[in-house]
Ligand binder design. Structure first.
Ligand code: FEO
Ligand code: CA
Ligand code: CA
Length: 686
């Protein structure tokens, strides 16, 4: 999309802070993120001379070790850390639904035999004292108690006392004021305060609905855990970078506490029953009333921090880089929140590095530590992994939880280097290594302290020669096989600014300008990949791995596409994979953001093992202008949760003249979480 503007709000500093209003770098065509990685890291082909022997990717059906990914809500008690036994070891059943065709409908389209319900939409009451939603009379106080805007990641935890309930944790990534407010309010600075309250997270109790697999909100008065976290909620800062000089501001001389989280994109659930939520494009929240501190020029540049914010400095001076050069260092972290402790202070974990964090998905290592997989969503940026120093303590008691909530404070942060297999066989596979950047006490990057590495993680990774990837987004281990899947969403600069390598092989690819139109060649990787990693010995704590491109996305008619070896005439076209999830049988589900094949975005399912490996089938499409977020499959296999983010976000659309009115409850669109299910009440997908 072209950036939306709110020209009437506020005043513009010398750095033109208003010009970036609501441009959040997810347009489907040209605008696929800024790309400040200027490092001269060698690409993989330059390293091929040293390629090691080709590794064998772990065979199908590899034994699930202690390292199986754990999902807390799969158990009867949310605090329990028992493994995801409901799915482990089950043979992947073939997907049987009739795929949804690409389309441009202003609706959610699910397969024949399925239906969907809206679970929670922008403005719905979360807290008991919140008023009913009134788009024409929005206030900051009302929004602070209502479901936020642009829902993204969806986590779900078993309710501790009610088997028919779940506790949903939903990110609210960003706001789009021209779609949220009538034009008559553009000159009203209150809308900036409302926008701040529409960010963050909603924690919402839901209960089984009338139909098998459906869910609905519990009335706020009847809930214990409902909570809103926003851009003004207090957070603690922990880990080795807490208290560093760069973390201190005029409001916080300790460098250990900060108000708010922003641009919460994806996340993950820990086995001990907390949710991880990730600050992604935090750079876009900071204005500049004058010059920027030259001491931070390199750091700012590497993160795209240019004083082009959203005007928030007009109502809160900490968002002015000129007067508060350090506040921006307090954003860009992975945050841990206990959804069962509504009064607790959540923690920004500096040990997991400062990135444009997409997601954070944990897996227990063979040695009993916790590993967390991390993507940095920017063209040419890196894939990371954190491994804790301390061991995960199983059990549902309070003492175990207290211990486990310290696991992300000490350990080692790694970045990935991918090496091809050295064979010119047209296969995209090879080996890789996790290169240690720092522990909590020792930096391995020359000239950088531990705090330097954690605060300027991108600069540290540049120095050690990590592999520049095509926008690493969500990354998660398959709970059945342990293999790790990463969505590499696209990179229009691949082949030009970023030379191709075996893990990022496409310098050109095919797009469609409109549905049904011809395929047209375009420079770079436009449709993205899904990468499959096999950690050595299937151990999430390993420092080596094998890899291959499981999917080279796009239209099956385009020569460059590849679907895990499955016949290309029997798969759905897929473009721009973004977030991933698994069903209990270990099938991979992929949501997309930025389809360049002429269709609305959607959600896809694909077996990763067996005879149907690579059979990509489209499960649903989202309305016009929306991206598909938050994929989550229920542990009983009956429900697919998605967040429908930014419906109607199309050039020129406004509140009064919307491009979408989904979910068709109002005259304007409302981002919402949905649940999809089979009408006959059977497991989804099968
Ligand atoms: Fe917020 Fe990288 O998607
Ligand atoms: Ca995302
Ligand atoms: Ca995305």
């Amino acid at each position: 999309m072209t950036p939306h503007f709110l020209p009437l709000i506020g005043t513009s500093g010398p750095h033109g802070s208003r010009s970036a209003m609501t441009c959040k770098y997810r347009c489907a065509n040209q605008c696929d993120h800024p790309d400040p990685n200027q490092s001269g890291n060698p690409h993989i082909q330059a390293l091929l001379a040293n390629a090691v022997a080709r590794r064998t990717i772990l065979a199908a059906g590899a034994t699930v070790s202690a390292g199986a990914a754990l999902a807390p809500w799969l158990t009867s008690s949310a605090a329990s850390a028992a493994p995801a036994t409901s799915g482990a070891g089950r043979r992947a059943a073939a997907l049987t639904f009739a795929p949804v065709e690409p389309n441009k409908r202003d609706n959610v389209t699910v397969p024949v035999g399925y239906d969907y319900d809206v679970v929670a939409s922008w403005g719905d009451r979360v807290l008991a004292d919140a008023p009913e939603f009134d788009a024409y009379h929005q206030t900051p106080k009302a929004q602070a108690g209502q479901f936020g805007y642009n829902c993204d990641y969806v986590g779900a935890f078993a309710h501790p006392t009610d088997a028919d309930r779940l506790v949903l944790t939903v990110n609210h990534e960003y706001t789009d004021e021209v779609l949220m407010f009538p034009a008559s309010r553009y000159s009203d600075q209150t809308i900036l305060e409302i926008a701040m309250q529409a960010h963050g997270m909603s924690i919402v109790e839901i209960v089984r609905g009338a139909r098998e697999g459906s869910w609905r909100r519990v009335r706020p008065k009847k809930t214990k855990f409902n909570r809103r976290l926003t851009a003004t909620t207090p957070f603690a800062i922990r880990g080795p970078a807490a208290g560093d000089k760069r973390m201190k501001t005029s409001a916080d001389s300790t460098g250990t506490k900060v108000l708010g989280m922003v641009n919460n994109c994806a996340g993950g659930m820990t086995p001990w029953g907390t949710v991880l939520t990730c600050e992604e494009n935090f750079n876009g929240y900071f204005d500049a009333s004058g010059d920027l501190d030259p001491a931070y020029a390199e750091s700012y540049a590497r993160y795209g921090i240019a004083g082009e914010g959203r005007g928030w400095s007009d109502i809160d001076s900490r968002f002015d880089l000129t007067t508060e050069p350090h506040e921006v260092f307090r954003f860009g972290w992975v945050i841990e929140i206990d959804p069962f402790a509504p009064k607790s202070t959540p923690v920004k974990h500096t040990m997991l590095g400062r990135l444009k964090h997409e997601g954070a998905n944990p897996r227990i290592t063979t040695g009993g530590q916790v590993a967390v997989y991390l993507g940095d969503d920017e063209r040419g940026d890196y894939i990371y992994k954190f491994v804790s120093a301390k061991k995960y303590r199983p059990g549902s008691g309070a003492a175990a939880k207290r211990h486990n909530m310290t696991l992300l404070e000490t350990g080692t942060l790694y970045v990935a280097r991918f090496t091809g297999d050295g064979e010119a066989d047209g296969e995209y596979d090879g080996t890789g290594e996790w290169i240690a950047l720092t522990t909590d006490t020792e930096s391995y990057v020359e000239g950088m302290s531990v705090a330097d590495v954690l605060i300027d993680t991108r600069l540290a990774a540049d120095k050690i020669g990590a592999t520049r990837m095509d926008r690493p987004e969500d990354m998660e281990a398959n709970p059945v096989t342990g293999k790790v899947y990463a969505a590499l969403t696209n990179n229009s600069d691949r082949g030009a600014k970023f030379p191709v390598d075996e893990a990022n092989p496409l310098a050109s690819s095919h797009v469609r300008d409109e549905l049904g139109g011809p395929l047209v060649e375009a420079s770079g990787n436009r449709n993205g990949y899904v990468l499959e990693l096999s950690e050595d010995d299937n151990d999430a704590g390993a420092t080596g791995f094998g890899w291959l491109l499981f999917l080279v996305c796009g239209d099956p008619e385009a020569a460059e596409t590849y679907f895990g070896g499955y016949p290309k005439d029997r798969v759905s076209p897929i473009s721009c994979p973004d977030n991933v999830a698994f069903d209990p049988a270990g099938n991979l589900w992929i949501s997309t953001d930025g389809n360049v094949l002429g269709s609305n975005d959607g959600m896809f399912a694909v077996p990763t093992e067996g005879a149907n490996r690579g059979q990509v089938l489209q499960f649903l499409t989202v309305p016009l202008g929306a991206e598909t977020c938050g994929p989550l499959i229920s542990s009983d296999g009956l429900t697919v949760f998605n967040a429908v983010q930014h419906p109607g976000e199309i050039d020129g659309a406004t509140f009064e003249e919307p491009a979408s009115t989904w979910p068709h409850t109002d005259r304007f669109p409302r981002p919402a979480v949905i649940c999809s299910y089979r009408i006959d009440g059977a497991r989804v997908g099968h």
